[in-house]
Structures are given as C-alpha cells and as structure tokens.
Write a protein that binds this ligand. Structure first.
Ligand SMILES: Nc1ncnc2c1ncn2[C@@H]1O[C@H](COP(=O)(O)OP(=O)(O)OP(=O)(O)O)[C@@H](O)[C@H]1O
Ligand SMILES: [Mg+2]
Length: 272
C-alpha cells in the first residue's frame, strides 16, 4: 500500500521501445516518488525520456516493466475518474484551431457528457479568468492569441476538471522573457492557492529555479539525484556539471542567490 502523502509513486520503471535498430532502453529501474504539494521539476538531456515519463503518469503510455501509481492507483485506463486526477500542459500542446478559446477550455468536460452545456460554459469561464484571460478572449480563435495567451488557455484546459496533479511539459518554452515571468507568476499563484502538486519538465533555468520545490535529474536512464538546487548541483555527474555550471547556469544561479558581495565569474562580462 502506498503512503497517503505520495501523489505519484514510480517503482523500478523500465521503458523500452522497439525500433528499426533493435531496442532502445529509455528508462531502466527508474524510481521517483512525488509528495503532495511539491513542484517537482524534471531536467535531463533531450531524448532522456522526460515527456515519456509524463505520458506514463498521465496514463497515455504503459511502462515496459515496473509500476506507476497516481494517488495509489494505476493511471492505466483513461477512465473519466482517472483523467480528472491529472491535468497536462503538453510540450507542443496546440489548441484546436477550429474551436474558440472557451470551447477549447471546455473540451475535456464536454467529452465527459455528464453536465449540461450552461454549467460547462460557466466552468470554462471561471478557468479562463483563473489563468488571467478576459471574458472577451472567450470567443476568439486560438490563432488570434499571443504565445503567452495560448499557454494560458492550454493551462485552463488542463485545469478544467480541477485535477490535484498538474503536469507541465516545457511550460515557458518559446515565450519571451516577460511572458515567461508572468506565466511563472501565474503558476506559482495557482500552486499556492489550489494546493496543486506539479510535475514540470523544463529546459529553462529561470523557470526551474523560480518554481521548483525539488529538482530531479534524469540521466543514465534513471533519476540520478533529486533535491534542492544546491544539493543537485553538488552531485558529481558530467550532465549536471555541463547543465548547471555552464555560463547559462551560472547566471541563473547568481540571479537566484542574489550574491552581490561575490565577484562575478570572469566570463560573465564577456557574455553580452
Ligand atoms: N512511442 C514511441 N515509440 C518509439 N520511441 C519513442 C516513443 N516515444 C518516445 N520515444 C523515444 O524515446 C526517447 C525519449 O523521448 P522523450 O520525448 O521522452 O524525450 P524528452 O526527454 O522529452 O526530450 P526533449 O527534451 O527533446 O523533449 C526518444 O529517443 C524518443 O525518440
Ligand atoms: Mg520532451
């Protein structure tokens, strides 16, 4: 039996894909446990299986071996009840272009076919405002929204069933710094107010340090370390060294720790 505080419990997970060249092992004996209220960020190189892991938590993909549990249950069948437990903002999560913004947000609820139209519409309007969009955006086409607004609408769609668990795949990728900051503010507020548990994949170090309560690093087919930024950075591994201690990582870390007393690294001045 799972501990009641675990929202996600992944044990000895193997993911193996068969392709033209034979077998590709993506995850090998991967263990990860996510507690209620965490904002757990997954970082790892491209192709290390971050998106696949989110899809397994959502129940869209089955592990080759091992178990994934969400709130003590296999996410396996996408039953109405299972789907309501997890909301996901997809990496390339386009909205349906033929639908209005409001219809997009309402879509998962409408698919359930349980509620009258008026109630669904009102629920979608509540979510629209929750993510900082205005009623006048409701009937617009996704094509008429900015990148940041599209992300907000997709987030509203992920939240329409009030899931306790939210999965975010690169939530700020492609946004300009200002939109990215304001999207982070929105996510931070939602996490605090709704008591959500969040699992986020991000390549963006500002987003990572801004939002995470814990960072987990995916390398060598498993979670090699998880903890605070400090703990993760102290872990000796070539990926971590390159990822966090390159120029990009140094600058993000400095912004995080705000250490004006220390001399900046000599390379920082040349970077601009
Ligand atoms: N359904 C599938 N069938 C076969 N191979 C797959 C499938 N889904 C993913 N893969 C492979 O699994 C590996 C991990 O993919 P995944 O999309 O999870 O990477 P990622 O860590 O999210 O990378 P990125 O940071 O670029 O988004 C890749 O090599 C991918 O080609
Ligand atoms: Mg991915």
């Amino acid at each position: 039996m799972s501990d009641s505080n675990a929202v996600v419990e992944i044990r000895k997970l193997w993911t193996v894909f068969k392709n033209a060249d034979g077998e590709q092992v993506v995850h090998r004996e991967l263990d990860l446990r996510i507690e209620r209220g965490e904002v757990l960020s997954l970082v790892g190189g491209s192709g290390t299986g971050k998106t696949v892991l989110l899809r397994q938590i959502l129940g869209l993909e089955k592990p080759s071996k091992g178990t994934v549990e969400v709130l003590g249950q296999a996410p396996g069948e996408l039953s109405a009840k299972g789907a309501a437990n997890v909301g996901m903002l997809f990496q390339h999560g386009a909205l349906f272009s033929a639908f209005s913004v409001l219809e997009n947000i309402a879509f998962p609820l409408r698919e359930l076919k349980l509620l009258p139209d008026e109630l669904i519409r009102n629920a979608a309007l509540v979510k629209l405002q929750m993510v900082g969009l205005e009623p006048r955006h409701a009937n617009m086409s996704p094509a008429d929204l900015s990148g940041g607004m599209i992300k907000r609408a997709a987030l509203a769609r992920a939240l329409i069933m009030d899931p306790p668990l939210l999965l975010l795949d690169e939530p700020t990728a492609g946004l300009d710094p200002e939109s990215s900051d304001s999207f982070c503010d929105l996510l931070r507020g939602l996490h605090r107010e709704q008591g959500l548990t969040v699992v986020m994949v991000t390549h963006d170090l500002d987003t990572l340090f801004d939002l995470s309560t814990r960072i987990a690093v995916l390398a060598d087919h498993k979670v090699i370390v998880s903890g605070s930024a400090r703990e993760v950075i102290a872990y000796p591994h070539p990926f971590i060294h390159e990822y966090f201690l390159g120029g990009r990582g140094q600058r993000a870390l400095e912004a995080l720790h705000d250490k004006p007393a220390q001399a900046p690294p000599t390379s920082a001045g040349a970077a601009h």
